[in-house]
Design a protein around this ligand. Structure first.
Ligand code: AMP
Length: 396
């Protein structure tokens, strides 16, 4: 569903978008929506979330609270409901979609990808796409049996988790107890079901940004990335890979986004080993590793998402050459985060860009910004982006 008349924000006939999740990715989506004059309403569970700071208005609400979520949607009557996170009362979105509300890209995609089981069973068991071997278990006894089946090393992840929370690699039997304990403490929905996956000793992993729009399915150049503790640290574009492997990944992406339905940008994650391509996950929305596209392409992943959502054609995507992003990771406790040496940081790599997310609080480790660079090779772009970040001083 798209609009054919674009109302002006804050006017009687404003075209309205409700962002469910207001982090740094939501902030960039909000900026792109506003470039089309759309009225942006930002929701998240805490005050002063990045996208709230630039939205026309906002709600502080738990998006897992079905009744509150429905109340806001019925009150605002947004033309577009745009999930930015996984922790949302997705059954409410399914019901509201049936009543005519427009969930991006579709309520089904949001529901299937909110837990690892929905999307894994769809992709591996219905679409018969290669993934890591896996077993879902509900308790420790089943977990120990599953380890015997899958073999070591293997990876445990809570079904409701992202950014590496509750995830660990089990290399020897000595790791079993700690891995189970960790998985039960760090998942989004607390203790319970986990997925146990075979560990793939991949050559590299990619995010293939795939856009489903009125003028067909489009791909961005593959993005390589390095993860630490399940969270991304650097990403680069384009990731060099064999033509055959890229084609396989694109074929899989085409199948999955067509099945999930709706217009928007999807972050398709794959592990690549030689010419073997394993599907890992999909986000039916912009992906954190895609922050590199703020500098590497003429339209960033956020701009592409918004164009697709609005029912506009994507046309052609220009990639500007080897580029990289490196996250600015804070570590501390503060409600008054400050940054210094930004000038020195930018002097490290002429042409570099820095985004600071203005998060209101840190308690432990949190992504606070990103540096993005372009160079003659992706290797150099990564080195430059890391050099920029290394100069920035965070004050807590
Ligand atoms: P995920 O939350 O599933 O995206 O996992 C986070 C990161 O952990 C991935 O991007 C990989 O770097 C690593 N990882 C996850 N699953 C596996 C696996 N089965 N084999 C090897 N590495 C994995």
């Amino acid at each position: 569903m798209s609009v054919s008349i674009f109302g002006s924000a804050k006017s009687k006939s404003a075209t309205k978008a409700l962002l469910l999740g207001s982090g740094e990715l939501g902030k960039e989506i909000a900026i792109e929506l506003q470039r089309f004059g759309i009225e942006v309403i930002a929701a998240d569970s805490y005050e002063n979330a990045p996208a709230m700071q630039i939205a026309h208005h906002h709600y502080v609400v738990s998006m897992l609270d079905a009744a509150k979520l429905e109340e806001i949607i019925r009150h605002e009557k947004p033309d577009f409901i745009i999930p930015e996170v996984e922790a949302i009362a997705t059954d409410t979105l399914v019901q509201l979609e049936q009543q005519g509300f427009n969930v991006i890209p579709s309520a089904r995609a949001t529901k299937l990808t909110m837990d690892r089981e929905g999307i894994r069973r769809l992709v591996a068991e219905q679409l018969l796409i290669p993934t890591t071997p896996y077993i879902f278990v509900d308790n420790k006894a089943q977990f120990i049996d599953a380890i015997d089946n899958i073999g070591l090393p293997c990876v445990i992840k809570p079904v409701m988790s992202s950014s590496g929370k509750g995830q660990s690699v089990i290399r020897t039997h000595a790791d079993v107890d700690n891995a189970w304990q960790h998985s039960q403490e760090a998942g989004r929905s607390g203790a319970g079901r986990v997925i146990l996956e075979g560990f793939i000793d991949f050559d590299y992993e990619i995010t293939l940004l795939t856009i489903c729009a009125v003028d067909g399915i489009h791909f961005c150049a593959p993005i390589g990335h390095r993860q630490e503790k399940g969270d991304y640290r650097e990403s680069w574009q384009p990731q060099k890979m064999p033509e055959q492997a890229l084609k396989k990944a694109q074929d899989i992406a085409r199948k999955v986004v067509t099945e999930l339905g709706g217009y928007g940008l999807f972050g398709m994650e794959f592990f690549i080993k030689g010419e073997h391509v394993y599907f890992n996950e999909v986000s039916p929305r912009p992906h954190d590793t895609g922050l590199v596209t703020l500098l590497s392409q003429d339209s960033s992943e956020f701009a592409l998402h918004v164009r697709a959502i609005l029912g506009l054609p994507i046309g052609k995507i220009a990639q500007y050459g080897p580029s990289a992003s490196c996250v600015i990771l804070g570590q501390g406790k503060s409600q008054d985060i400050r940054f210094s040496h930004i000038k020195e940081a930018l002097n490290e790599a002429p042409g570099a860009q820095i985004r600071l997310f203005a998060k209101p609080e840190i308690n432990g480790s949190r992504r606070l910004g990103v540096a993005i660079t372009r160079a003659s090779t992706t290797e150099q772009a990564v080195l430059d982006a890391k050099a920029v970040v290394s100069k920035i001083n965070i004050l807590y």
